[in-house]
Design a protein. Structure first.
Length: 62
């Protein structure tokens, strides 16, 4: 069973999503953000716990 994310975890996931937008030099978009946030939650459930892990995993999606 996976641990529930806390406020610090959600902040880290949010920062990873923001890093994805900066990496691809795109303006935030609701539809893309939804996909990225869901992917970040999935990555969390797979055991990723550092912002670098999250950012690298999200960048690898594209």
């Amino acid at each position: 069973m996976t641990a529930e994310p806390d406020a610090r975890d959600f902040k880290m996931m949010s920062e990873a999503v923001q890093a994805w937008y900066r990496f691809y030099e795109l303006d935030p978009n609701d539809r893309i953000s939804h996909v990225l946030c869901q992917a970040a939650i999935d990555f969390y459930n797979e055991g990723h716990r550092s912002s670098d892990d999250f950012a690298a995993a999200l960048v690898s999606l594209a």
